[in-house]
Design a protein around this ligand. Structure first.
Ligand code: HEM
Ligand SMILES: [Zn+2]
Length: 183
């Protein structure tokens, strides 16, 4: 997992719980002196360990934490790469462009990123069906990112996770229902 994702979690934890809380989490879950650099890769287990401890500290479940983190992460990624999402005029365009545009750009910017496979299909105005596949199974993070994208465009969205890799399916299927008028 790239440092930019860890830095997103770091920013969120520091904002909500303070620097001391983050230092404590780092000490427990990462090697001594760890500093996350956006373009570098770090073990996936490290972010899972950090997120798990955030969950314990805040009495939240792991899916709840990943979702909240994903929502925050959208803004964080957008601030770090302001040109990537600029090309989209609406929430729907952006969601349709995750795999073939956004993550394609990401793959040019980062050395060997570990990206999920995301297929988005526009069923009708206001309804996109998303398929998510990744061996990291961060589908709740994907949900959070979708909420983050909706709030970026100032629209309401509701998600229905109809199939999940965590339940043994080969992919997650997420129904994305959104306000079609302005989004
Ligand atoms: C709603 C929109 C988006 C969704 C649903 C999405 C989904 C995801 C997910 C779930 C991951 C975690 C890896 C995995 O699941 O295997 C990921 C990784 C990543 N995404 Fe996206 N993403 C979105 C938008 C963006 C945007 C706007 C950017 C940058 C401008 C971006 C850049 C990245 C980067 C840098 C990684 C990390 C790759 C690595 O660690 O090697 N994503 N994305
Ligand atoms: Zn899932």
């Amino acid at each position: 997992m790239k440092g930019i994702i860890f830095r997103g979690l770091e920013a969120l934890v520091i904002e909500k719980c303070g620097m001391a809380a983050w230092d404590e989490l780092l000490e427990k879950n990462a090697p001594d002196g760890r500093v996350y650099i956006s373009a570098q890769s770090y073990p996936d287990e490290e972010i899972i360990g950090l997120a798990q401890d955030v969950a314990t500290a805040l009495s939240m479940t792991m899916p709840e934490v990943l979702k909240a983190f994903g929502e925050y992460l959208f803004g964080h990624l957008n601030r770090s790469h302001p040109t990537v999402a600029k090309g989209f005029n609406s929430f729907a365009e952006l969601i349709m462009g995750i795999d073939k545009v956004i993550h394609v750009e990401v793959a040019k910017l980062y050395h060997e990123p570990n990206l999920p496979e995301i297929e988005s299909k526009l069923i009708e105005d206001g309804f996109i069906l998303m398929h998510y596949r990744s061996k990291r199974q961060l589908c709740m993070c994907a949900e959070g990112l979708i909420y983050g994208a909706a709030s970026h465009y100032g629209i309401d969205v509701s998600l229905n996770h109809v199939e999940c890799m965590h339940d043994g399916f080969d992919k997650c299927v997420i129904e994305v229902k959104y306000e079609a008028l302005n989004g």
